[in-house]
Ligand binder design. Sequence first.
Ligand code: GLY
Length: 400
Amino acid sequence: MSPSLNSARIEALASERLPQRWNGAIDRALLARATAQVLLSIDRNLQYFGERFPAPSTSGQVYPAIGNVEWTNGFWSGMLWLAYELSGADHYRAAAERQVRSFHARQANRQETNHHDLGFLYSLSCVAAHRLTGDPLAAEAAMGAARLLLERYLPKAGIIQAWGELSDPAQQGRMIIDCNLNLPLLYWASEHSGDPSFRAAAERHIEAAARHIVRPDGSTFHTFFFDPASGRPLQGKTHQGFADDSCWARGQAWGIAGFPLAYRYNSDSRLLDLAQVLANYYLNRLPQDGICYWDLMFTSGSEERDSSAAAIAACGLLELAPRLAPGNPLRDSYQAAAVGIVQELAQHYLNQAAAPGSGLLQHAVYHKPHGVGVDECCIWGDYFFLEALVRLQRDWQPYW
Ligand code: GLY
C-alpha cells in the first residue's frame, strides 16, 4: 500500500460514515420490469447487429455497428451470456457462440490486441462460454488472450502496460486503474492451465495498483507511470478525468469492482479493506439521486453524470458486501447503496426508445476531455446494469 496509506489510515477511511440515503428495500417488480426491458432491447439489437457489434458509445443514443476491433466488444457477448442464463433461450447462446469463434480468430491473428483490455474482451466472451458450456475452443481463445496480456507485463515495474507498443515513449511504463478488471483473465489462465506465471503477474500488478494508484485520501489516479527500465514509480496522470489530481468517477468504480474480484482469486483481505476505502470515497461524493458525475470533483451542478460508472460501482459493492464479516458495520450499507443505485438507474436512466441499435443506460460519458460519447449510452454501462440486475435477482457466478 502507499506508505501514507498505512493500516491505521486504511482503518479510519474504511469506517467513514456514509450517507443514510438508501434503506435497502428491493423492489422486485421494478427489477423484473427492467430485466424484461433489457431482454427486449437485446433481442432487437441482435437482429440489428447480426454478426457485427455495437460501437463503444452511442451517437444520438444509437450504437453504430462495428467489427470485432474495439476494446469493448466483449460487453455485448457478456450481455448475450447473461440473457442466456436469465432466460435459457438458445438464440442468445447461439449468437454468443458465433462471437466466441470471432474472438478466437482475433487473438490468433493479433487483430487489435495491442493493449491490456484483453481481460474485458475475453472474460465476458470466452471465459464466460467456457464456464457455462465447457467449450474447449473458448478456453483456447481465452488462454491465447491471456498469453498476449502477459506479453505486456513489465517485470521491473511489476505492472501490465496499458496501451501502445512497449517501446512507445508516450505509453511506456503506464498502468491504469481500469486494468483491475483485466486481471481476472490472468488468474483464470493460471487456474485453467496450472501455469503460475499469469497469476504471479496479476499479483504484482494489483500490489502496484494498491501502492501507487490509490491515493492517501482513498481517491485514485486514473493512470500512473513507472520507469520501465528501473521500475521506479514516477507520477500519476489522468487520461479521461478532469485533472491529474481529480478523481475520474469510472476509474474509482473500476477500483471498487476490481479489488474484490482479485480477492475472489487470492483471498487477500487487504484488497477488501482497500475496496471499502474506495467505496467510501465514492459514496460520499454522490449527488442526491446517487448517480455520480463523470468526475467525483463534481457533486452538484450541470456537469454530465456517468451512469456507466454507477452501474460498475453497484456491481463492485455487490461483490464486496457479502465478502465482509457479518459484524462489519458497513456491510449492509454497501448492499443498500447498490440496491438504491440500481433501482434509480432502472427508474430514471433507461432509454425507452425502440429504434434498432438503441442503447440502454442513458447519461453515460465515455471520454469527456476528448468530447467522445458525452451524455450517451456506453456498451459497458448497459452490460454492468444487466450484471447488477442478475446479481440482485439470482445467485450468480461471475464470468470474471
Ligand atoms: N477502460 C476505458 C474506459 O473505462 O473508458
